[in-house]
Design a protein around this ligand. Sequence first.
Ligand code: HEM
Length: 463
Amino acid sequence: MSLPDGPKSPSIWQMLHWITMPFPFMRGCSDRYGDPFTANIGEKLSPVVFFSNPQAIQVILTSDDSELFDSPGELNALFEPFLGSQSVIGLSGDRHRRMRQLLMPPFHGERMRSYGQLILNITEEVMSQWVGRKTFSVRPSMQRISMRVILRAVFGLNEGARYQRLERLLGAMLDRMSKPLSVSLLYFPMLRQDFGPLSPWGSFVRVRQQIDQLIYDEIAERRSHPDASRNDILTLLMSARDEAGEALTDAELRDELMTLLLVGHETTATALTWALYWIHKFPTVREQLLKELRALDGSLDPSVLFRLPYLNAVCCETLRIYPVGMLTFSRVTKSRVELMGFSLEPGTVVVGCIYLAHHRTDVYPDPDEFRPERFLERRYSPFEYLPFGGGVRRCIGMAFAQFEMKLVISGILSNFELALADSRSVRPVRRGLTAGPSPFRMVVKEHRPSRPAQIRQDSLINS
Ligand code: HEM
């Protein structure tokens, strides 16, 4: 027996089911075939084995760069139309390791914390657009916040015509590719036909060209006016040299910048949108959060907010119940691997199914209930709780995204009393290559600005 059991329907049908209804697809397979199961959703409709057992996930993620497993970038070709072929997500082996080392530092430790006040300021800026409005759509606001934060971290800029065009075009590109029909273009390369600016692929390609031009213009400007005092990510990448003393080419720079800009803002925007939904769906959760914030006596100190236990539990539970990334990236067996009673042949593609791992009743009783307290009552291993994946491809922005979520939520709750605009239930739906809430609106009930000293315009960090 080499591959675990799985759906017998035609591969194309499995793929369409996965694209249009990913959550019912994963649940249906797990109910019927158990853990693990095999589904034909890989490249060219090839089989992929889904694991949600924590011990199996541990084996995969702790040996994904060994004789047992590999984590080749070629298996992430789905991202290539957005990110290019040289993105860290598509690199393998030494090149992958080296690029991660270059990209990680700004998203950790002191460098990350230095963005705290900036995140609060950007939240304030976006919230100011809600004043005087009765209702607003949540996702666009959250996307605006996370986009501005990442543009600032990556390029060190947050104003000017180029910045504004980039913000608008990146948002347009993601919105265009978020619908199931457009997602099919990513899964089925033969559908990528440019029938002019009004066709789905044609319009995607044109927006991407405009974004590329803006990025190349920024790179050219930095090359002609080097400024060693800057410490944004673009500056760091431009000064990096490999063992042979070679710098990154413009095309390499473009792919890494695009990766951070797109992956870094879309995922966090989704997580924030879910968080606002859950916090306002359950008044006790909001009350408990407000109690924790009130105890700070009006101070919004980023390093204190980062450590608030209930706020942390709310963010963890938000990322547990509907993880933005439903699966880890694919790993592949390098030799014969015995796992959970199966003997997987070399070349078998496997994924950690984050969603199903987060819904195991033996680990999370009543897994469909939003209950932040579970994160106060017990600690989960990194193989039971893995919204950011693990191993050699663990999310580069993990700490940064959690930091940003906590600050944005605190900023909003401290300044506004909001409510869900109606009682319609919000469903998890596919959004491009990830998953997020169906659109919903919120009502502005009261605006009680926090003291100006808490969010100071004069303390913008110059990254
Ligand atoms: C709530 C927000 C986020 C979630 C849920 C999330 C989730 C994930 C997941 C599940 C993976 C795959 C890990 C694996 O296969 O083991 C990943 C990889 C990655 N993430 Fe995130 N992410 C988030 C935010 C960010 C941010 C803010 C950035 C950038 C600043 C970022 C950059 C990346 C990159 C570059 C990779 C690929 C790493 C590699 O291939 O080595 N992510 N993320």
